[in-house]
Design a binder for this molecule. Structure first.
Ligand SMILES: Cc1cc2nc3c(=O)[nH]c(=O)nc-3n(C[C@H](O)[C@H](O)[C@H](O)COP(=O)(O)O)c2cc1C
Length: 165
């Protein structure tokens, strides 16, 4: 069973979780990169559900059995960068698991919005999870062990979810 993990990360916490996940279950890791490096987070674009220009080519995930999407949560929404991938990344007919990474304990609304986007792209969502990333002004070094642990635990959770399909 071939897994792909696709992530966007600005301050590094989503990247740490996605890398740990991929290392734990052997998923192929793909990074979404801004076409132009950004100075600030586009919270307003996230709020409006917009996309954001990414470096091409986008990850080609068509050959994978399960795709795990990792995005930071900005302004109660998935990142504009993840929106762009979901809308253009050819997820039709794919099994997908969603991971939101935020400062908050739960991001129910954000994950619902993420799910709707992914379903609109024609994919089947197997499940979703919110994981704790960075608080405002927190240094990533403080929370890195926790992020790595979250990523490896997630690998077990998702492998079980996929076996049940
Ligand atoms: C403009 C902005 C808006 C944010 N909005 C939310 C939010 O609605 N919910 C939440 O839980 N975290 C929110 N956060 C916190 C980030 O989701 C959190 O720091 C996350 O770990 C960042 O991921 P990254 O380190 O991979 O870039 C926001 C951060 C910024 C900068």
């Amino acid at each position: 069973m071939e897994f792909a993990a696709v992530y966007y990360s600005r301050s590094g916490s989503t990247r740490a979780i996605a890398e740990s996940f991929a290392g734990s279950c052997g998923a192929k890791l793909f990074k979404l990169e801004d076409l132009k490096p950004r100075k600030s987070v586009s919270g307003f674009s996230a709020l409006l559900g917009l996309g954001s220009a990414l470096k091409e080519p986008l990850p080609d995930v068509r050959s994978f059995d399960l795709i795990v999407l990792f995005t930071p949560i900005f302004a109660w929404h998935p990142s504009p960068q993840m929106n762009t991938f979901v809308r253009n990344g050819d997820l039709k007919g794919k099994h997908v698991y969603l991971v939101g990474v935020g400062a908050g304990e739960s991001n129910v609304k954000a994950l619902e919005r993420f799910r709707k986007e992914v379903e609109k792209a024609g994919a089947k969502v197997l499940g979703s999870k919110n994981l704790k990333g960075l608080q405002i002004k927190q240094d990533i070094k403080e929370v890195e062990p926790k992020l790595l642990e979250s990523g490896s635990q997630l690998a077990g959770t998702i492998e079980r979810a996929f076996k049940e399909t």
